[in-house]
Design a binder for this molecule. Structure first.
Ligand SMILES: NC(=O)C1=CN([C@@H]2O[C@H](COP(=O)(O)OP(=O)(O)OC[C@H]3O[C@@H](n4cnc5c(N)ncnc54)[C@H](O)[C@@H]3O)[C@@H](O)[C@H]2O)C=CC1
Ligand SMILES: O=C([O-])C1=[NH+]CCC1
Length: 320
C-alpha cells in the first residue's frame, strides 16, 4: 500500500518557496522546455480549459512531466471574472505530485501560492535573464517600474522585482484606487499610487500588467520606446490587456508558442508574430533586440508548477 499523500497548506508552501531557490530552477525548466522538439524529456500538453459560463469562470487542468528530474505533477486552477466590489478570491489552485514509477499521489499542496510565486519569478526572469546577455530586454538603466493591477499577482511581482532589481521609483495603478492605496501602505519602498494607468505608464522602463481585464488597459501610445512590458493577465483568446498598437510595435516573447497561439487574445487578435520563447533566449538560440520595445506575454505553464512543487516537497522532506 502506498503511503498517504503529504498535505501542504498555503502557509507551508509560501514559507518554503523562496525566490532565491525558485528562480534558478525555473530558468533551467524554461530552457529545457524550449529545447523540447521531439524529446520525451519534457511533456506538457496544452492546458485543458473547462468554461463555467454561468459563473463567469474557468477550470484549467495543467499536467506536466519532466522525465530526467522524475517530476510528475498536475495543477488544477480555477479563475473567475468577478464584479468590481466582490471580495471572493478570483483564483484557486491545487497541485498533485505523483510518484512517476508507481503512479500514487505523494503530495497534495496549495497551488495558489505556487501560482503567485512562480508567475512572478518567471516575469522577473524575462527581465533578468536577458540582461545577462549583452543585449538587454530590460532597459539597462531601468529606474521606473510600473504595475497595473493590485491583486495577488501584483503583490508577488512587487516582492520579486524589488528583491531582484533596484528601481528608484515604483508606480501602481488599479481600477479601484483604495485597493492600490491599501497595497502601497502594506509594502516598503518608493511606491506611488497613480490616478490613471496613463500617468503610471508614461516614462516607465518596465511595465507589468496583472489585471483581470478583458479589454486593453495598456496602450502603445503611453509606452516609452525601449521599455519592457510583462503582460501576465488576459489568458483567454478573446481577452486583451494590451492594445494592437503596442503589440505591433513591440518584439514579442512568450513562455510557450503553442499556448500563445491558442490562449492569448493579445497575440491572436493583434495578429503579431511571436519572436521567441523565453527559453530560446536562455538557450541563446534567439537574441534580444534591446533597442526595441519588448513584450513578454506570460500565460503560465505546468512545468513551472512542477519544478516549484518539487522544490517545496524536497524542502519539506528535508525538514521532517
Ligand atoms: N501568466 C500566468 O502564469 C498567470 C496569470 N494570471 C493572471 O494574472 C492576472 C492577475 O491575477 P491575480 O492578481 O491573481 O488576480 P486578482 O483578482 O487578485 O487581481 C486582479 C486585479 O485586476 C483588477 N481588475 C479586474 N478587472 C479589471 C478590469 N476590467 N480592468 C482593470 N483592472 C481590472 C482588479 O481590480 C485587481 O487589481 C489575471 O488575469 C490572472 O488570470 C494568474 C496566474 C498565473
Ligand atoms: O498558469 C496559471 O496557473 C494560470 N494562468 C492564467 C490563469 C491561471
Amino acid at each position: 500500500m502506498a503511503e498517504a499523500p503529504v498535505l501542504l497548506d498555503r502557509a507551508q508552501v509560501w514559507r518554503l518557496l523562496q525566490y532565491a531557490d525558485l528562480v534558478p530552477r525555473l530558468e533551467v525548466a524554461l530552457a529545457k522546455f524550449s529545447r523540447r522538439s521531439d524529446s520525451e524529456e519534457v511533456v506538457q500538453p496544452l492546458r485543458t480549459i473547462i468554461p463555467l459560463t454561468k459563473y463567469r469562470g474557468y477550470l484549467g487542468v495543467m499536467p506536466a512531466y519532466l522525465a530526467d528530474d522524475d517530476i510528475l505533477c498536475a495543477k488544477m486552477v480555477s479563475f473567475y471574472q468577478r464584479e468590481e466590489h466582490c471580495v471572493l478570491p478570483t483564483h484557486h489552485a491545487t497541485v498533485l505530485m505523483f510518484d512517476p514509477e508507481r503512479g500514487n499521489v505523494t503530495a497534495v499542496m496549495d497551488g495558489t501560492a505556487i501560482t503567485e510565486k512562480r508567475t512572478a519569478a518567471v516575469s522577473a526572469i524575462s527581465a533578468k535573464v536577458m540582461s545577462c546577455h549583452i543585449q538587454l530586454l530590460m532597459p539597462a538603466q531601468a529606474q521606473v517600474l510600473c504595475i497595473l493591477g493590485s491583486g495577488s499577482q501584483a503583490a508577488s511581482h512587487y516582492e520579486v522585482f524589488t528583491q531582484m532589481f533596484s528601481f528608484k521609483e515604483i508606480r501602481l495603478w488599479s481600477r479601484r484606487r483604495e485597493k492600490a492605496e491599501q497595497f502601497a501602505s502594506s509594502v516598503q519602498g518608493p511606491i506611488t499610487v497613480c490616478s490613471s494607468a496613463k500617468d503610471a505608464v508614461q516614462g516607465s522602463d518596465v511595465i507589468i500588467t496583472v489585471t483581470m481585464a478583458s479589454e486593453p488597459v495598456l496602450l502603445g501610445t503611453w509606452v516609452k520606446p525601449g521599455a519592457h512590458v510583462v503582460a501576465v493577465g488576459a489568458c483567454r483568446p478573446n481577452w486583451r490587456e494590451l492594445d494592437d498598437d503596442l503589440m505591433r510595435k513591440a518584439v514579442v516573447y512568450v513562455d510557450s508558442r503553442e499556448a500563445a497561439l491558442v490562449e492569448s487574445g493579445d497575440i491572436i487578435l493583434s495578429g503579431v508574430t511571436v519572436f521567441a520563447e523565453l527559453g530560446e533566449v536562455i538557450n541563446e538560440r534567439k537574441l534580444v533586440q534591446s533597442e526595441k520595445t519588448t513584450v513578454f506575454k506570460s500565460l503560465g505553464m505546468g512545468i513551472q508548477d512542477a519544478v516549484s512543487a518539487k522544490l517545496v516537497f524536497d524542502l519539506w522532506k528535508s525538514q521532517h
